[in-house]
Design a protein around this ligand. Structure first.
Ligand SMILES: NC(=O)NCCC[C@H](N)C(=O)O
Length: 258
């Protein structure tokens, strides 16, 4: 059944200690990060999403990036097991949240690793990035969880960036949007629109023609507006310093059984 709920998780006080892998570390202004997070959640609500706050994980610096902890396919939640050990303590609160919403809950088990940021769904195609955070066993476990439900899993090598969705996401019509210099295997995507900015590759579908995007991608926003979309820009600069993007700050639940 269609639903418009989104999990979000308040930044932990230790946010500034979050992991940085592919960029230089920069100081994070915690108060500003909280303001940006509030504005992000407000943008979701303004566009019809009910935000559900997962209990905060005070000791987990990266816990605001809630997308990495769980992958949804229909009503089934697959609880991730991050390739970064420091992130594994983030999952219990998320398990509770999805279970209390009536989702069926599965887990990625050792030796599998998976970050939700490596999973891009386009219709029933589920692209899974195999990279620093997601290993081959993790990809196999996504297949085992979702293919019996009708998904087709496509594994995608990821080496240049943190996650698959650091490089590509998709528009409402299924066109994949990607920053080609960050992509390891662009030919795996049948309909690819290259975008001029790294953060332009990150869109959250708000419904209809509306696309939530980072304010740091003005040229891509113009490109999308010219194609008939309506970009909604939010400043997430403090999270970008930690390799975060608009997608990673929420998990949308679109097919709950009410
Ligand atoms: N899905 C995402 O894009 N997640 C961003 C995670 C950033 C965090 N600092 C990390 O390295 O895990």
């Amino acid at each position: 059944m269609p639903s418009k709920k989104a999990l979000v998780r308040r930044p932990a006080p230790r946010l500034a200690e979050g992991l940085v892998t592919h960029i230089e570390r920069e100081g994070v202004d915690f108060d500003r990060a909280v303001e940006q997070w509030e504005a992000y959640a407000e943008a979701l609500r303004t566009h019809g999403w009910e935000t559900i706050e997962v209990d905060s994980a005070e000791d987990c610096p990266d816990s605001v990036f809630v997308e990495d902890t769980v992958v949804m396919y229909r009503n089934v939640a697959l609880i991730a097991r991050s390739g970064a050990e420091s992130r594994r303590g983030e999952t219990p609160g998320v398990e509770e949240a999805v279970a209390s919403l009536g989702c069926s809950v599965n887990w990625v088990w050792e030796p599998g690793t998976l970050d939700g940021g490596d999973v891009l769904k386009v219709g029933d195609t589920v692209y899974v990035g195999r990279g620093g955070r997601t290993n081959a066993a993790g990809v196999q476990q996504v297949r085992a969880a979702f293919e019996p439900l009708g998904a087709r899993v496509v594994a995608v090598p990821v080496a240049k960036v943190l996650h698959l969705k650091s490089a590509v996401t998709a528009l409402p019509d299924g066109t994949v949007v990607g920053h080609v210099p960050n992509m390891d295997a662009p030919s795996l995507f049948p309909r690819l629109l290259p975008v001029p900015e790294e953060s332009g590759a990150h869109v959250v579908l708000l419904g209809g023609d509306k696309l939530l995007m980072a304010a740091s991608a003005p040229k891509t926003a113009e490109l999308f507006a010219d194609l008939g979309y309506e970009p909604v820009l939010v400043d997430i600069g403090e999270f970008e310093k930690l390799e975060g993007c608009v997608t990673c700050l929420s998990v949308r639940l679109r097919e709950l059984y009410a």
